[in-house]
Every structure is written in structure tokens, then in C-alpha cells.
Design a protein around this ligand. Structure first.
Ligand code: FAD
Ligand code: NAD
Length: 466
């Protein structure tokens, strides 16, 4: 792996791919004493995704919800190598991973292959487009930091273009029509945030235009937020109605064009609706590197939704050398940060046991073939210790579902004493804020987010466009 790594040939090499929810939670809990640990991710930071829609409308500064990965690895017992690169090929047979630096500036070396003993595969997923024409070309996504920044720019561009002198009424209405595709939590939260921006700020700064801004949320299923209880779905739909956010359910986007979206309406008729911006939040799909990896283990990896793992999160067919966690896997759990972070924390515990087991097995190898009774007794003692090490299966503990719906209201389905407790409103919003503030990984991020909230309360959101 190169001379700059504190490589110890006595220790096993653990390569972690990704720096998202699963990988970061693993890194936090991992005792790095026992491993040569290498983190490879195209982003050298962790992104707190639940607050990404708030970045898209300028409630939060982008940097407030990022945490550089080195802030975590720096405090580890043994040095961890953090490499900013994208994994391109994983070879589960020869146990190697090839990655490259695809950033704008590269050194003389920008691609390499390294061996691993254990690989934690936590590369997440990308946004599903279903191959629908025009989505990649014309729509904004809401998955990565640059998506939120792009959306913010495009939104303000639409507003400024609508304010251009001599613009026709028809063109103003088009430019100020924002279409959000996908009524899952991402689409709902983003629509709520856009509405807040409109009500709290744009009405003051663009009084002549604000009343003409329209937000339409398009969802193919019969309701938004299908994972929430019926009561909260109704509450969200009625809040959106009051907020003048149009919800089109049983409506499917068939094409995204430069200046419009093509919709298949509930009666199967086709309508072309002019709009200034489309935000695409239609769910997840696996990355190409994941599909390529799965194709190398065709017998065991047959699920199109993602990697199949066993009860210990080991990738089936990888002979115990690859653990897969988070959104890149196909399991009975929803692809959420809650699941990914619990899986990461579980793996940290597993790796402590694996190190113990590997260590005992190494001692056993040294004693193998011995005829001395003392050493044989020692080997028996070690074997018993190894037998005692039992890896408990992963168990997910659901802490509830929370979503912000705008107008300082949130919805929450919380399991309390074995019962689902559904709540929606302003009190839930305060709970939402405090829950996310406490979930943020560091005091630094908590301070930044809290001061952003205060900044917006005092001065409003920034409407300048870079
Ligand atoms: P990610 O967090 O996506 O991390 C994947 C990592 O892999 C990233 O660091 C990425 O840069 C890296 N990577 C990508 N390709 C490669 C490669 N080739 N090689 C190496 N590294 C690679 N869930 C909740 O539970 N609650 C919420 O409130 C919530 N809100 C959300 C809001 C938004 C806007 C979005 C988009 C998602 C939200 N989620 C929420 C879902 C949650 O973010 C995901 O389930 C979670 O991020 C999954 O964690 P992960 O570690 O599997 O993937
Ligand atoms: P999702 O898969 O939950 O929802 C996407 C929605 O888009 C679906 O309801 C689907 O029917 C709809 N859709 C797909 N194609 C369409 C089309 N062509 N036209 C119209 N509608 C279409 O996706 P998401 O909201 O991005 O969430 C992804 C994951 O992240 C989920 O597991 C979710 O629970 C999690 N998440 C959670 C929170 C939260 O807890 N607050 C917030 C965001 C995301």
C-alpha cells in the first residue's frame, strides 16, 4: 500500500470503502490497534444527509453538515490511512481493490491496486432514474452536497430570470414552477423547505413574484410518505394543502425536458407541464462498482436491489472477507441512515472479536505439530478460547421515523413501550430539531448548525447566487 502507510505485516489489512453513515459509524467505534486500516472514499468527509434539504434552500451552510473523515481517524490508537479516491474494481477472489483519484488535480500516481484481508463495503447507492429520458440531463438530484448546491443556484436563477424586465406572464409562471419528483421523505422534506424559503424570505425580497411561485410534488403511488402511518400521511397532505404545495399522486413522470415535465396522469392521459426546475428524488439504485462486484459472485449475488449479506453482514460468496453495510445492500431493512449507522457500530464490535480470534489462531499455528505436552495443553486452551468467541448476529433496533414537512411542522412515528406513537406539528418539529442536533457527530457540527438556525431567525436566508 505504499511507504507512507504505517504498515505492519503482522496485522491484517482492513480496507473500508466509503465515508458515509455506515463507514463513519464503524470508524468511530473501531479499535484500530489490531489492523492496518485504510479508508478509501471519493469524498474526504462525512455528509449528514438528513439536513441536506436545508442546505438546498440556504437554511444551513454546507460546511455545517460536513465532518472531515480525518477528524475521526486522527484520534485513533493506530494511524488510519484516509485516501480520497473512488473504488473502481473489487476482486473478491484475489482480495484486492483498485481505486483512482478522479479529482481535478492529480499527482503522477492516480490509480493503484491494494490487497485486503477484510473489506468493508459501504459505498451507498445513487439516485434511481429508471432510465427515464431527460432526468440526468435536466433534473437536479438531492443526494450529494453538490446536488443541494446546484439546486440552490438553479432555484435562484429561475427567480432572477423571472424578475428580468419584459418577461412574459407565461414565462414567469413557467420559471417559477418548481416540480419535485418523488413523495418519499426526501421529496417531502425538500418541498417543505422550499415552501419555508418562499414564505419566510422570498415574499420580502421578491414581493412582486413570490405569490406566483408554485411547488408541485409528483408521486407515482396513491400517497406520499408510504412508510409513515395513515394519520401522518393525512396530516402531511393537509399541511401541504394549507401551504399551497400541490400534491399529484398516482401520477408518474415519464420524461423531463429542458422547460417542462411530461406526466402520466391517474387516468393514464399524458400532460406536459411547463416548469423552471425539476428536483428528482425518486429513490435509490446500486452503483456500477457494486453491480460489477456482484457479477463476480453470480451464484450467491442474485438480488437486483443490492448485495446479499448473511446475519453477520458478510457478503455471501466472499468467504468471510467482505462485509457489506448500508444502502448498497439488499435486506429487509429500509435504506436509512439509522440502519447504516447501527450496522457500522455492529461491525466495530465484530472486528474487535475477529481480531481476538485471528490473534488466537495465529498463536495456534505456531504451536501446531508440537509434541511437548505443555505446548499441547496450551494449544487446547487456545482452541477452547476460540470456541468461546461467538459472533452475535446483527439486530436492528428501530428508533422511529421522523420527517420535516415545512411551516415549522414535522411528523414522527415513534415506537414507545412497544406501541407506535404518531405525532405531527410544531412540538414534533422542535423534537426533530433537537433529535438531529444531538445525532450530529461532533460538537463542532452541532455549534455550526445551531448558529445557522439562529442566523436565519435573525437575518433570514441569503438570496444571493454564486
Ligand atoms: P452513504 O451515507 O451514501 O455513504 C456512501 C459513501 O461511499 C460516501 O462517502 C461516498 O462518497 C462513498 N462512495 C461512493 N462511491 C464510492 C466508491 N466507488 N468507492 C469508495 N467510496 C465510495 N435516513 C434516515 O435514517 N433519516 C433521515 O432523516 C434521512 N434523511 C435523508 C435525507 C436525504 C436528502 C437523503 C439523500 C437521504 C436521507 N436518509 C435518511 C438516508 C440515508 O442518508 C442513507 O440511508 C445513508 O446515507 C446510507 O448510508 P451508507 O453509509 O450506506 O451510504
Ligand atoms: P423513496 O424511495 O423513499 O421515495 C421515492 C418515491 O418516488 C417513491 O414513493 C416512488 O413511488 C416515487 N417515484 C419513483 N419514480 C417516480 C416517477 N417516475 N414519477 C413519480 N414518482 C416516482 O426515496 P427517498 O425519499 O429519496 O428516500 C430514500 C431512503 O432514504 C428511504 O429509505 C427513506 O426512508 C430514507 N430517507 C429518510 C428520511 C427521513 O427519515 N426523514 C429522509 C430522506 C430519506
Amino acid at each position: 500500500p505504499g511507504t507512507q502507510l504505517p504498515f505492519d505485516p503482522e496485522k491484517k489489512t482492513l480496507v473500508i470503502l466509503g465515508s458515509g453513515w455506515a463507514a463513519t459509524s464503524l470508524l468511530k467505534g473501531l479499535d484500530t490497534t489490531h489492523y492496518n486500516t485504510i479508508v478509501v472514499s471519493p469524498k474526504n468527509f462525512f455528509l449528514f444527509t438528513p439536513l441536506l434539504p436545508s442546505v438546498a434552500v440556504g437554511t444551513l451552510n454546507a460546511r455545517s453538515i460536513l465532518q472531515p473523515t480525518r477528524y475521526i481517524t486522527r484520534f485513533k490508537n493506530r494511524q488510519v490511512s484516509v485516501i480520497e479516491a473512488e473504488a473502481k474494481v473489487v476482486d473478491p477472489i484475489n482480495k484486492t481493490v483498485t481505486f483512482s483519484d478522479d479529482s481535478e488535480i492529480q499527482g503522477k500516481v492516480s490509480s493503484t491496486t491494494i490487497p485486503y484481508d477484510y473489506l468493508v463495503y459501504a459505498v451507498g447507492a445513487e439516485t434511481q432514474t429508471f432510465g427515464i429520458p431527460g432526468v440526468k440531463k435536466h433534473a437536479c438530484f438531492m443526494k450529494e452536497l453538490h446536488d443541494a448546491e446546484r439546486m440552490q443556484r438553479q432555484f435562484m436563477d429561475c427567480v432572477e430570470s423571472a424578475a428580468f424586465p419584459g418577461q412574459s406572464d407565461q414565462e414567469i409562471d413557467r420559471l417559477l414552477h418548481m416540480v419535485v419528483v418523488g413523495g418519499g421523505p426526501t421529496g417531502v422534506e425538500l418541498s417543505g423547505e422550499l415552501h419555508d424559503f418562499l414564505e419566510d424570505d422570498l415574499k420580502s425580497w421578491y414581493p412582486e413574484l413570490a405569490s406566483r411561485i408554485r411547488i408541485t410534488l409528483v408521486e407515482a403511488l396513491p400517497s406520499v410518505l408510504p412508510m409513515f402511518s395513515k394519520k401522518l400521511i393525512d396530516y402531511t397532505e393537509s399541511t401541504f394543502k394549507e401551504s399551497k404545495i400541490d400534491i399529484l399522486t398516482k401520477t408518474m413522470v415519464k420524461e423531463v425536458k429542458d422547460k417542462s415535465v411530461v406526466l402520466q396522469m391517474p387516468d393514464k392521459s399524458i400532460a406536459e407541464v411547463p416548469c423552471g426546475m425539476v428536483v428528482w428524488a425518486a429513490g435509490n439504485t446500486g452503483r456500477q462498482v457494486t453491480r460489477d462486484l456482484m457479477a463476480k459472485l453470480p451464484e450467491e449475488q442474485t438480488n437486483k436491489r443490492g448485495i446479499t449479506v448473511d446475519d453477520h453482514l458478510m457478503m455471501k460468496g466472499s468467504n468471510g472477507s467482505i462485509f457489506a453495510v448500508g444502502d448498497c445492500t439488499a435486506s429487509s431493512y429500509a435504506p436509512t441512515a439509522q440502519v447504516a449507522s447501527q450496522q457500522g457500530a455492529y461491525l466495530a464490535r465484530i472486528f474487535a472479536l475477529v481480531a481476538k480470534k485471528d490473534n488466537l489462531e495465529a498463536q495456534l499455528v505456531k504451536l501446531e505439530g508440537t509434541t511437548e505436552p505443555e505446548k499441547q495443553a496450551e494449544a487446547d486452551r487456545i482452541r477452547k478460547q476460540i470456541d468461546k468467541i461467538k459472533l452475535k448476529p446483527f439486530h436492528y433496533s428501530h428508533q422511529g421515523s421522523l420527517a420535516y414537512i415545512g411551516s415549522e411542522k414535522a411528523v414522527a412515528d415513534l415506537p414507545i413501550f412497544g406501541h407506535e406513537w404518531a405525532s405531527g406539528g410544531v412540538a414534533t418539529y422542535l423534537f426533530w430539531r433537537s433529535a438531529y442536533l444531538s445525532t450530529l457527530f461532533s460538537l463542532r457540527n452541532r455549534t455550526l448548525v445551531a448558529s445557522d438556525w439562529l442566523r436565519v431567525k435573525l437575518f433570514g436566508r441569503d438570496v444571493s447566487r454564486d
